[in-house]
Design a protein around this ligand. Sequence first.
Ligand code: MIC
Ligand code: SF4
Length: 640
Amino acid sequence: MGLNLTQKILKEHLVSGEMIPGKEIAIKIDQTLTQDATGTMAYLQFEALGLDRVRTELSVSYVDHNMLQTGFENADDHRYLQSVAARYGIIFSRPGNGICHQVHLERFGKPGKIMLGSDSHTPTNGGLGMLAIGAGGLDVALAMGGEPFHLSMPKVVLVKLTGKLQPFVSAKDIILELLRRLTVKGGVNRIFEYGGEGVQSLSVPERSTITNMGAELGATTSVFPSDEKTRQYLKAQGREQDYRPFTAEEGATYDEVVEIDLNTLEPLIAQPHSPDNVVKVREIQGIPVSQVAIGSCTNSSYKDLMSISSVMTGKMVHQNVSLGFSPGSRQTLEMISQNGVLANLITSGARLLESACGPCIGMGFAPPSGGVSVRTFNRNFEGRSGTKDAKVYLASPEVAAACAITGVITDPRDIGATYQSVDIPEKYVLDDRMFVFPPADGAKVEIVRGPNIKPLPTRDRIAAKVSGKVLLKVGDNITTDHIMPAGAKVLPLRSNVPAISQYVFEAIDPTFHKRAKEEGGGFIVGGTNYGQGSSREHAALAPMYLGVKGVITKAFARIHLANLINFGILPLTFVNEGDYDKVDANDSLELDTTHLESKPLTLRNVTKGIDIPVTHALTARDLEIVKAGGTLAYVKSRSK
Ligand code: MIC
Ligand code: SF4
């Protein structure tokens, strides 16, 4: 019996545990990545560890999210990040250099390595044959400090690709098809490993579109083999020396198998407000479109922009549509400006946006009221675009371009365009001058902190009895965008927890933060897949600051669960899902925490006079963390 690719990489990095699905393993982390919106907290936490320098092979700090700079806050954060990077031996990617996952793919990702990133789309680099996992900033801070990363060993799913994509059908359609079949919770505690002969026809940027959006399945990560296409890509990036072939062993086994026949796949589109609400484009064609946005870490590569240009050349953006595009990196922008494609797109009426996350996270380019926006992005959660009643659809670059021309939802096969297949270039433009490489000794570097950077809040050791009211009861698939919104107003407050806490659950109940404070904290009750979406630890950190003691749900999404533990909030699940109906908002709850390890636990609903069995998936280490009041307190107590 051979090892699959995932097991091969994990085995090389295993620090403790057995690779049996569901069992806790600890793995060595080679590389880390942060972005500015999660990075400030991650580095404040790294500073709190009291180390001199990062202990990873490579750590990179990107600036790509908070780029609007409507006030001093973002600029202050950028300055802090740059100085911290120089101090501790981290490469700093300056604002303007591009979106973290795209730039990392171009310049640093390496087959066979493991990376931890404080962003849920870190798996983008799985397209290069590495295991790239998204996590909260605190986990990334610990990894930078040389600590292994703890996770529950996921099941490995083989996605067997057969056949070849047909004209105007793209890599995005492969991941949309998986989302259609498996839903946004179908990937929880799973790693998706791609194989089959269909893999050979996909270039690294196409593979990365797929691994990127594996995050929307809730997957731990996704990975492609490292093969001839990988070598070709790394060579074009001037990094052939980083190539290492990496494939599953002969006779490798998998926990589950999914097959997709690329020959029969058609252009697909995810309808509002969930990435798994997928239909064929032709099923909904004709819906008027007000905006098209091309970019994000999913579809902003050189190849993507070339594909758009091949559909758009000689055409004009429809008069009722505003088309914006954000190249994924400075490299991509330079290349399309040198080969004339940028001029073609501008001639067609497209609007050039900054090389950053931009509209994907509601940082500008919001759609009009009730407008339909077709985006090449990965998430279409309600309100995320910055317009509460906008209807966001997710599709491939080819579909987005067709919609921009016709002004209605359109299958690109229906507009008479000639299909031009776009390959990766033989050589990318190479210019690393927007990276600031750290000095050999950063000890004397002064760390610059503006007034937007507030100290980290902390939590005391858990009390023997935890009690409080249910502050809010919510349904299934609550996203971290619901819990802790982003966008132009809130995102600049990421380094200031007291200020950002005022927005917790704002779209669901604007009184939440006030009530939580008045009550001295309490509980949240949720349905299944609670906390899906981003890695933002503010969705745990800010509720912790407001006094939230426990969250009781039917099930949690992976990263959010880890973040709750990291900040000392008890994540509990109902033993019987039906008991969700036995707890209402404002009920008073009580839990004895002296024997958290003996499951199930008894949650007392004082208001209703009933006992409800609840449980948790916490390991012995997690329990110690929650009891200590969070990971930082736990790590510090251990090192005393
Ligand atoms: C997102 O796409 O939601 C983000 C913004 O990139 C987040 C990180 C954050 O909230 O800072 C993510 O995906 O993890
Ligand atoms: Fe940025 Fe959007 Fe990607 Fe998040 S999903 S990293 S906001 S481009």
